[in-house]
Design a protein around this ligand. Sequence first.
Ligand SMILES: Cc1cc2nc3c(=O)[nH]c(=O)nc-3n(C[C@H](O)[C@H](O)[C@H](O)COP(=O)(O)OP(=O)(O)OC[C@H]3O[C@@H](n4cnc5c(N)ncnc54)[C@H](O)[C@@H]3O)c2cc1C
Length: 397
Amino acid sequence: MKETYDVLVVGGGPGGALAAKAAAEAGLSVLLVEKRPAIGAPVRCAEGIGKEALAEFIAADPKWISADIERAVLVGPDGTRFTIGGEAAGGKVGYVLDRKIFDRELIWRAAEAGAEIQVHARASAPIIIEGKLSGAIIHQHGKTYEVRAKVVIAADGVESKFAKWSGIDTTVPLWELETCAQYIVNDIDFDCKANVFHVSNEACPWGYIWIFPKGPRCANIGIGIAGTKSGEGHRAKDYLDKYLAKEFPNGKVTELIVGGVSVCKPLECTVADNLIVVGDAARLSDPITGGGIYNAMYTGNLAGNIAATAIKNGDTSKKALMIYDKTWRNGPVGTTLARNYAVKESFIKMDDKKLNSIVHSMSDLKIDDLSVKKLVLAIFKANPWLALELPHLLKAL
Ligand SMILES: Cc1cc2nc3c(=O)[nH]c(=O)nc-3n(C[C@H](O)[C@H](O)[C@H](O)COP(=O)(O)OP(=O)(O)OC[C@H]3O[C@@H](n4cnc5c(N)ncnc54)[C@H](O)[C@@H]3O)c2cc1C
């Protein structure tokens, strides 16, 4: 590890990897530090991503794809199913990744572009000189390093501390932090071409249960519930155990993971002097699905490029970096997050009777793609009472 770099990236997930790659490709000296000893492990993810979203950054490769997904199925509290996909989705839909391999591939590409990668290297504090962020203290193998950088990219995920240390309020309200548990379940009979989402206040309050195939007889089966709904005897894992006992009593569990997903609004501002915040650290996971791989890749790539321009122009002030914040916020990522936050706020608090009514009406719908906007408009059409109950949601579309 050297003492000085142009860019220091904190975190080796998809956001950090894309940031490091973009900055290195622009000719900058880049150090990426990852606190865990291995990139991509342990996996804290259900690993689903849309095909088109993925293709923006990397061509699909069977070595890190676990399953090719042809349809999505929404299951209501009473078991009513709404399926979308197949021809209606133009044969696209998504993949379930193998993130242990996928995350390593992304990091490898950053390294290939020239970024230095250090694992088991934890950023523990920012270096502040004359009131300005100037690098970070890094701990690795019992040694402490002072690493200076012109720009730090905080890609340290949902548990992010770096932005907070640098003066940005990153607090996630407990009710907007989904607490998740997921098993890899083997030896099960199920539709291995479908990602399944169950909604039910009784079975998964203020969240959902997912079944994402990993292979013909194997799936990630998990649950996210609102932090405020979790407690002794009814933690995410307790709900998941109940679900598994009912739906897949003979499934063989080979892995358990737990984790958190923020479903709040993005940070009010994602830059500061010499700092850019990306991905989950910027609270950019989708408020409805909790998905954040694409948004992390998108903002990581953008951050690497903006950092390169700012450094070349000799101005890495908050004002100069604001173009990063404006670009993602005013583009498709920001507008989708804002709309889906409004959708989530309205739907999450509905009782099971209302959820059933919506899923029943959806099961009769004929819509031609997976867009949330089209789906919500169609639901409103079939459930006119929603327009009275949720007028602000129509405006947000
Ligand atoms: C149970 C669960 C299921 C999910 N399912 C999906 C899904 O199906 N699809 C989807 O798109 N998204 C899903 N997500 C969300 C997805 O995992 C994240 O949105 C995505 O990984 C964000 O990427 P990132 O690079 O911002 O952060 P991360 O991938 O979290 O990477 C951050 C990295 O920073 C490292 N780090 C943290 N602090 C430091 C430090 N101080 N020093 C050095 N390194 C540090 C961490 O170890 C970590 O490796 C799920 C999340 C959970 C918890």
